[in-house]
Design a protein around this ligand. Structure first.
Ligand code: FAD
Length: 477
């Protein structure tokens, strides 16, 4: 590359992770192009009333509609813990359509991400309605294991895109462009993970994944089985019980159905209309759903709230990065594939972290490495670290599918990552405390935790400082 020409970096996706990446890469003087398939930024937070109507289960990959947000979603984490380090998620009480609450509705996050884009002048880097259909090495260079980074660290990438029309169809001829690096930030709450249940394929009544759930109205007066009592299962069962004739919510086992977690018990005690059942054993052609304890329900609809899987339908790494049992690997620190680092990287893979703080840290690290300010260990060392991480997780009994879960509640791993790889300011103690209290309150009662007012004096003092500093951050921009 000619001296002085900045590296050209393509970012796939303009959600929280992609925007974090764009901002950090620009800060380091790199040439950034963000490809976004939707007509606006925001990713999951760009609520889309459309659903994948011809594939309600989302069984065909990739799904056409990206966002899985249902209309009633409110944040589970306090907004004070959900800001970029230098652009906090402050309430904007005077601004139209805003929700100033600590746990606002999903639309507030979208507005915040739009504000972030405007504040850092990112719009001109983003190509909307542009879907990435292929990312592959442009003429793979010979492997050149050098110090720092992988054997293909200097690979260039051919990115093929197609224009997306407002109705979601892809139009025109594909465009191709070569980049020095690609940052993948395409999210992982879109492609349903479906259970394998006897009779599912033959069942003729309505079955959908929560990806295709938006509002309760279509289920009025129905008998609905909600599979899995995770976060979305609990939310959806609760709001359905106001409109449906019967709601059957399934636990993971007969034992769990008999002795549910306190959070589930609390919810059941408030909603007599929800019956907790063990897992579904089979679906019968006449519409009967048989549960593992032999009990039955004549259901009109089954909603699978069974989570999502990682999916990179556009990415061709020749097998150097794979997704197996929801493990994307190998990825050094969930970010760089050792053989391809740093020319290929990922932002947003980890779950249960502080978002967007963690994404910001991943993005900052990538930007520092691509600009030459930080070096990566050699490929073999990165691979060894990945294997060690896998072994430690296995020894701790963590299933493979939870490889990328780094619980924020444990704090240590997340903070160590951020402080080890970046110069971002430390997460203040009061925020940690607020996050922990909110988490504990959620466990106690999912429906009222947002309305509690039990901040400690430490949190109140932190909040006073936060308001002063963060409002000034907005005004500065
Ligand atoms: C129902 C629900 C509730 C949630 N609640 C919370 C919460 O309370 N708190 C919290 O912290 N997190 C919550 N999350 C998780 C939240 O979505 C993530 O924290 C965050 O949005 C991830 O951002 P991201 O940028 O990595 O991915 P996304 O937001 O998914 O953004 C990815 C972007 O990439 C684009 N893209 C994908 N493929 C392509 C392609 N081929 N070409 C071009 N563009 C592409 C997409 O259109 C999208 O804009 C929730 C998620 C769901 C589904």
């Amino acid at each position: 590359m000619a001296r002085g020409t900045p590296k050209k970096v393509c970012v796939v996706g303009a959600g929280m992770s992609g925007l974090a990446a764009a901002r950090e890469l620009r800060r380091e003087g790199l040439g950034v192009t963000v490809m976004e398939q939707c007509g606006d930024v925001g990713g999951q937070w760009l609520y889309d009333p459309r659903i994948d109507a011809d594939d309600l289960l989302g069984a065909k990959a990739p799904v056409k509609v990206h966002s899985s947000m249902y209309a009633s979603v409110r944040l589970v984490s306090p907004r004070e813990c959900m800001g970029f380090s230098d652009f906090q998620f402050v309430p904007r009480p005077g601004a139209a359509g805003r929700d100033a609450r600590r746990f606002p509705v999903h639309r507030e996050v979208y507005h915040y991400l739009k504000d972030f884009c405007a504040a850092f002048g990112l719009a001109d880097a983003i190509r909307l309605n542009t879907k990435v259909v292929r990312v592959a090495m442009a003429a793979p260079p010979p492997r050149d294991a050098c110090c720092g980074g992988g054997g293909y660290s200097n690979a260039k990438w051919l990115v093929r895109t197609r224009h997306v029309e407002p109705d979601g169809s892809e139009a025109g001829v594909a465009a191709e462009e070569v980049f020095d690096a690609v940052v993948v930030a395409n999210g992982h709450y879109s492609q349903p993970r479906l259970p394998s249940i006897e009779g599912m394929a033959a069942w003729r009544r309505r079955q959908l994944h929560s990806h295709s759930y938006r509002v309760p109205d279509p289920f009025r007066d129905e008998v609905v089985v909600v599979v899995c009592c995770g976060e979305s299962g609990l939310d959806i069962a609760t709001e359905l019980c106001g409109v449906a004739k019967e709601v059957h919510l399934t636990a993971r086992s007969v034992e769990e159905a008999a002795m549910p977690a306190p959070m589930v018990s609390k919810m059941l005690s408030k909603h007599a209309g929800i019956r907790l059942r063990p897992q579904v054993d089979r679906l019968c052609e006449d519409g009967t759903v048989v549960f593992a304890d032999g009990s039955r329900a004549a259901a009109d609809s089954v909603i699978y709230c069974t989570g999502y899987t990682y999916s990179f339908p556009f990415l061709d790494t020749g097998g150097l990065v794979t997704v197996r049992d929801n493990r994307v690997g190998p990825l050094y620190e969930h970010t760089f594939p050792p053989a391809l680092a740093p020319s290929l990287s990922f932002v947003g893979i980890p779950t249960r972290i502080f978002a967007p703080w963690f994404f910001e840290a991943q993005a900052r690290w990538i930007a520092l490495v691509l600009s030459g300010k930080k070096a990566l260990p050699p490929e073999e060392e990165m691979l060894r670290a990945v294997q060690e991480d896998y072994r430690a997780r296995e020894a701790a009994g963590v299933p493979v599918r939870h490889t990328h879960a780094i619980p924020a509640i444990d704090r240590k791993d997340i903070c160590e990552f951020v402080y080890r790889h970046t110069d971002l300011p430390r997460m203040e103690d009061w925020k940690m405390e607020l996050f922990t209290i909110s988490f504990v309150n959620t466990m106690e009662d999912r429906e009222t935790f947002r309305d509690r007012d039990d901040d400690s004096e430490n949190v109140r003092e932190g909040l006073r400082r936060w308001r002063r500093v963060s409002v000034a951050q907005y005004e500065l921009r």
